[in-house]
Design a protein. Structure first.
Length: 247
């Protein structure tokens, strides 16, 4: 089975490793607009080859693991050009805006809106971990909008890398993730920025910081560009979450 993974960072790279290890795919194609990521993914043997976006049409499964700021347009383009035997799976952290946008697409039945509840604060192909998805949950939204074959094939992939599937509406997903994931990142970024603003001696910060600070501020090492887009797309739920947290 051929799999194309668009986005070769932590999520996409880790999935590629897992699919190879579990022998789910005998050929993985990688796509990323960052040339360095493409070179690293090949060097690390995450993928078998690199292609351009317009070359994905011969893959059985196309996984989109890009930041949510870019995913809507990429998924729309891919769905425009797939055949009836192919499926597209999204791994993004927000689902409301995406699902609304794709609701009327002619190939909506071949698309799975999914979000693995997995990750680390690191990014890029070098951050890939072969067991990142093992024993993790994956949320699938709007399962009734998928064809039986599409959902079955996607769940086969999820099961193969060790994930358990949970079904939610996009609104439920975005609301729950605002509290259990997105708010954690906001508070971690805020803590890191506050300490850097008040404690000008960075050497002392790192010399004296204990495990409590390190654990609480760990998420602040995540990509700010990626998280800016997530927060913008899920502001409907994050703003009330922030209000509650502040109170």
């Amino acid at each position: 089975m051929n799999v194309t993974i668009i986005g070769l960072g932590l999520m996409g790279g880790s999935l590629a490793l897992a699919l190879k290890q579990k022998k789910f795919s005998n050929h993985i194609i990688g796509i990323d607009n960052n040339k360095t990521h493409c070179e690293e993914a090949l060097k690390l043997n995450l993928v078998n080859e690199i292609r351009e976006l317009n070359s994905v049409i011969d893959s059985d499964i196309i996984v989109v693991a890009t930041p949510v700021a870019a995913s809507i347009n990429i998924i729309s383009t891919v769905l425009d050009n797939i055949s009836k035997n192919q499926i597209v799976i999204d791994l993004g952290s927000t689902k409301g805006e995406l699902c609304v946008h794709l609701n009327r697409h002619k190939n909506r039945a071949q698309f799975v809106a999914a979000h693995p509840i997995a990750g680390t604060e690191n990014s890029g192909p070098k951050a890939a971990i072969n067991d990142l998805y093992n024993n993790k949950k994956v949320v699938v939204c709007e399962k009734n909008s998928c064809s039986d074959n599409t959902l079955s094939l996607a769940m086969e992939l999820f099961n193969k890398v060790g994930m358990t599937t949970v079904f939610m509406t996009p609104k439920e997903h975005d609301k729950h993730l605002a509290y259990i994931s997105h708010l954690s990142h906001v508070s971690s970024f805020a803590l890191g920025l506050t300490v850097l603003d008040l404690e000008k001696d960075e050497e002392n910060i790192f010399n004296l910081a204990g495990s409590g600070f390190s654990s609480t501020a760990r998420l602040a090492k995540s990509s700010p560009e990626m998280w800016t887009a997530i927060l913008a797309q899920n502001k409907e739920h994050i703003v009330p979450a922030l209000d509650t947290y502040i109170q």
